[in-house]
Each structure stands twice: as C-alpha cells, then as structure tokens.
Design a protein around this ligand. Sequence first.
Ligand SMILES: [Zn+2]
Length: 589
Amino acid sequence: MSISQRIKERIDIVDFISSYVRLTRSGKNYIGLCPFHNDHNPSFTVSPEKQLFYCFGCKEGGDVIKFLMKIEHLSYREALAQLGRRVGIEVDDTNDESSGGIRELYKINDLVTKYFNYILTETQYGKIPREYLAKRGIKKETIDTFKLGYAMASWNSLQKFLEKKGVNLETQEILGLIINDKETGKSYDRFRDRIIFPIIDITGHTVGFGGRVLDDSLPKYVNTPETPVFRKGHILYGLYQTRDEIMKKDQAIVVEGYMDCISLYQAGIKNVVASMGTSFTREQGLALKRIAKDIVIAFDTDTAGDLAVIRGANVLREVGCNVRIARWTVFKDPDEFIRNEGPIVFLDIINRAKSFLDYMLELLINRYDITSLEGRIQFFQEFFPLLRSEPRVSVQRAYLDKVATLGKIPPELLYREFDLFYTSRKKEFEVTSISALSWMQREDMDVLREKLERQLLFFALNDIKFLNIIKEIFQPDIFTIKEYREIYERLLQWNFEEGGFEVQDDNLSSVIAKINISEQIELSENNLNETINRLNGIILQKKREELIRELELAEKSGEVEKAKELATKIQNLTREIFSIGERRMSVNG
Ligand SMILES: [Zn+2]
C-alpha cells in the first residue's frame, strides 16, 4: 500500500473537513457551503463512504489530501506531510521542488509577525506600547493569542531585519511592508511607531497587518494594501482565533475594529470577528454563513455606523444569513462598552438584538409618516423589497399586519399592494424557466450520452472485476468527454498489484470525486449490462443517423454504387452491435 493510502486510511474525511466547514448530513453524504467559491446553497458534498469531497458549484473535488492542498495552499508533499504528522506517519517533504511563490510570501509575513511581536514583548522599544496596552486592559495572554506586535519609530528597522534574512526589497514592497518613494528612489517602512495587529487567515498564516497609533495622531490606522496574499474584503479579523467558538455557539458577533474584537474576546465573548472597516463584503458574509446560523452585527453607534449596519446586514441577508442587529447608546463602540459595563450587560444587548426586518421597520416607520399617502408610498417602496426577500408567507403577513395597525391601513389593501410587487416578479421568473426548459430538450441526447459514459466510468473505477469487463468491450475513444477518456486510459495502464487507483492531477481528481459522489447507480452486473446496452444503443443510433443522411444524399444524386455501399455499412453496423452483445454475454459466463 502506498504511503498516501496508509495515511488516508487513518483519517476520516468528514471529521477533517468539519474543522473547516459546517457539515450536515444529507442521505448518505454530508453537505455544506463550499470554502472554494461563493456558495449560496450547500453545493459542497463529502462522502464518508468514498472518502471524497466534491462541489457541484465550482467542480472542485478530490480526497482529503487535495482538500488540504487547496485550503492551505500547500503542495502535494506538504499536505501529505501535514496529514502524516496527525497520524504518526513520517513523510519527507524537505526536497519539495514546488515551494516558492505564494507560500514564500506567507512565510515572510509569518516571520514579520514574530519580529513585531518580539519587539513588543521582549525589548526596551516595546516598553511604552506595553504600558499603553496595559492601560487599555489588554493582558499578556491576549497579546499572545492575537500575536500583537509593535513597529518601532524607525524608517528602516524592518527593512534591515528582512534584508538580513535574505528577503529582497522587491518582495518587501510586494507585501506592502515597505513603501518606495518614487522621487528619491528610497524605501521606508510602512509601519512606524504603531501597535501591530497581524491579520491571520483561517489556515494560521499572516496575510497582512493593521497598525494603530498610540496617541491621537492621524491616520489612526494604517493597513497593508492589496497584495497577492491579502485581499481586504475576503478576510475577517479574528476568525482564525474564534472559529471554533463560533461553530460551537452557532453564532457570530460582527464588530468593526481590531480592538472591539480583542476586547470582547478577552472578556470571554469569544465568538466574535471584525469586518475591518465599514464595507462588509459578500465574501466575508459567505465565510460566516459557512460556520454559523445566527449573525449579530454590533457596529459603532455613530451615523456612519447606521449606514454600515444596513449595508452589512443587506450583504449578509443576500448570501442567506440570518442577521440580527445589536444597538445601544452612550458608548461609541463595543470596546468602550465592554471596558465600562463588562460582558454581562453587553451579552444582554446581543441576546436582545433585533431581526433585520424589525430593525428596518422601526427605522422606516420613524422616517416616513405612513398615515399620509405620500409617506406611505415611499415607505412601501423601501420596505416591500425587504419583506419580499423573507421566504415565509406567515412572517410576511405578520409584518403587514403590524404596518396596517401602525398606519391605520385596512390589512386587505396592504396585502393587495404587496401581492402586486410579488406577482410582477413571479412572471419574470416563469419566462426564464420556460426558455431554460426548451434548451434542455435540445441537449437531451448529449446529456444522456454523458450520463452513460459517467456510469460506465463509475463501474470501472469501483471494481476491478467491472473494469475487466469494460476493457474487453470499449476502447478509450468511446468517451466523448476528454477527462473521462483520460481517466479510463490511466485505469487501463494502472498496476493494481501496487495499490488502489490514484490520480494526483488536479482536474482529473476533481472529476473522479464528482463521479464517485454524484453517481447513484448500484454497482451490480445487471446494471453494468444495462449501461453498456444503452450506451451502445446511443452510439448505434448516432452512427445510423449519419449513414442514413449520407444514403439520402447518394440516392438524390443518383450515385447507385455509393448508396449500395452505405446500405451494406448500415447492415454491418447492426451486426457489429450484435456481436458485442454476444461477447459480453460470454464474458459474464
Ligand atoms: Zn465550490
């Protein structure tokens, strides 16, 4: 048995993936939201039986090694070594040719994180920032958990440190660690005299940094710009540290700033992440939806905060999250709140957070006078689209009743107004489904052929006995799908005495996972025969259609000899099919 198979035998793919994606059982498989694309409905499937994953959205798939490679940006050897360490099987990954590139950038960022942390915790330069953090109530333990650091008040200390470590200026600039002054041609450190908040992705690597001043000078924050490893809207601050707690509570509290996140965490409210700025993105929403049902927004209380709340809540709702909104007065942000009132009062605010619809209803009722006709129309225009996105009719009705009471409007009238919004949308939807249907029918034949090819390959992949039957009958060119043909060719060449069939090719391993997970046909000889018959039927039909067309042409143009020839071909073809059937029966014994 190969080393990869020995390792895979000791790791359950469902357990392993569960620490990255919330999985729920669905029949004999598990499903969840795909971590590799913007997934709205659970398209990501994990099969405990086959020990494979496959996403029906982005078509990513494979075994546990492939999953780890993709999610942690590792090479095959690195992923194998990491899994090996879990189960006590040693894998030599020192001669890994494929290191470099992106992973090199992660390594440098991780090194910089250690450097800033060392300056803060171990040197005299860190004395003032240490005092500053202590004054804000940040404990040593919290500094360790979030790997906080300090960038010295110097123009080039980081630059010098990295040069000594062999990191050239170009790479430092790519990572946004230094800034190149175009006029003088000189480079200087981006982060100077600032508390450093490393931004860590879910795999534990630092992708960027936030730097905060120690006094009131501006700008208050400096952040890493977009780099090959840091895409601002794609990451949530703190998620690496808080993911387990969020999954356990099935709830995520979203705050705006680094300090809000850290304060809450330190106070024992550990299911928290920070959006890092006011624009909450779909990617961030999806990252949360994958791991928690209940999302509570707890943004700053200024007016900019109000707008950010609505935008953020809308984004979260669009990706299908259940959003609630926590609001309070007096304190400007969660950090200040916690430091003044402590966690119990804050948790009470979180527990009483309003649903998005309640929040919006209250806000719009205050904004418009719905007892007047004009105010009512404006209110409908803003509130109905929100209400329409609520899937439960009973909930929609309950809100309409509330509005009816508040605005002294007859409920029947309100229902009718709302239904008008709804029916106009429904018609649009019906038109598109009809055109989609006719397209399906045209493609029917090809779809059926692909299905049969897939079934055939499914048999070949899952039992050597079936493979032996199939290879007696079909050459690789039977497969019209290129990937199927390649997989079949590899199967034919595989030496099964050395171990089970395996493919390292990125694309082919996804296709194999898809076939193994999505194919429902039971692996029996009767079903294999049926598949072969139907596939042959389709091939015959297609060939015969072609020959008949040729025959018609030949007859039209009076080519008697050619017409005779074609008629014979059609007969031979039929005979060939029969002989295939006989051969198959003799193989079956
Ligand atoms: Zn996907």
